[in-house]
Design a protein around this ligand. Structure first.
Ligand SMILES: N[C@@H](CCC(=O)N[C@@H](CS)C(=O)NCC(=O)O)C(=O)O
Length: 229
């Protein structure tokens, strides 16, 4: 009998993403998918084009938002749900930490990013190719301080080099944040980072040859995640 899983195995997965320099939600599961090492097709939708993107996204996505993952006849939408699916589908990739306590912390941090930090996200959208200095509001400063606290807590607990030790979905969730700090010239030392937790945030994935094929703008995102402070 052919199972749903067998069908999914037969064809490469497809991830539908938005313009790479802007779509922080797309970047997160894309990094997780890369980390699995599985082959996949990438479908890019140009965002910020009135009327065009919505019609195009609707063809792929029940939520009318990107990212979306297609695996055989299964469509999974929403960045966190996609990452969870990939973690189950590719257990050997260890997208969540093996240790139960670290896994719970990784999930807490990823969920906190997924549902929070609205002021930072609204005021400092991901703009990979841009550099500008902005005066951030008190609410955004609060978000930045909270992120510094979170990274410090996690790095101290895990010992690094990534937030929970080995690279995990939590790192994928904070990589776009690191790019925002660089884009907007936000220095973490102005927001409570004392350096005590070591290099911050290591919210990236350093394996060599991570980027087969055309060099994506997201290479810049990963390099930013190594350098904030
Ligand atoms: N909660 C969703 C948010 C997805 C989202 O807001 N995606 C944006 C792009 S980053 C989008 O599709 N916008 C539609 C548009 O710009 O037309 C997730 O985590 O995947």
């Amino acid at each position: 009998m052919t199972t749903r899983h067998d069908i999914a195995q037969e064809s490469a997965m497809e991830i539908v993403i938005g313009t790479q320099k802007w779509s922080s939600w797309s970047l997160r599961p894309w990094l997780a998918l890369k980390r699995t090492g599985a082959p996949f097709k990438e479908t890019l939708i140009a965002l910020r084009q009135v009327g065009v993107s919505e019609a195009e996204i609707s063809q792929h996505s029940p939520s009318k938002l990107v990212p979306v993952l297609k695996d055989g006849d299964l469509t999974v939408w929403d960045s966190l749900a996609i990452c969870e699916y990939l973690a189950e589908r590719f257990p050997e990739a260890r997208l969540w930490p093996a240790d139960q306590a670290l896994r719970a912390l990784a999930r807490s941090a990823a969920a906190e990013m997924h549902s929070g930090f609205a002021s930072l996200r609204g005021e400092c959208p991901m703009e990979l190719e841009t550099r500008k200095s902005v005066a951030i509001s008190e609410a955004t400063q609060k978000d930045v301080r909270k992120i510094v606290e979170r990274w410090t807590q996690l790095l101290k607990r895990s010992g690094g080099p990534f937030l929970l030790g080995e690279w995990s979905i939590a790192d994928a969730f904070y990589t776009p944040v690191a790019t925002r700090f660089r884009t907007y010239g936000i220095h973490l030392s102005d927001h409570g980072d004392t350096g005590a937790a070591g290099p911050m945030p290591s919210a990236c994935w350093r394996r060599r040859n991570s980027w087969p094929g055309k060099p994506p703008p997201w290479r810049e995102a990963v390099s930013a995640a190594r350098q904030v402070r």
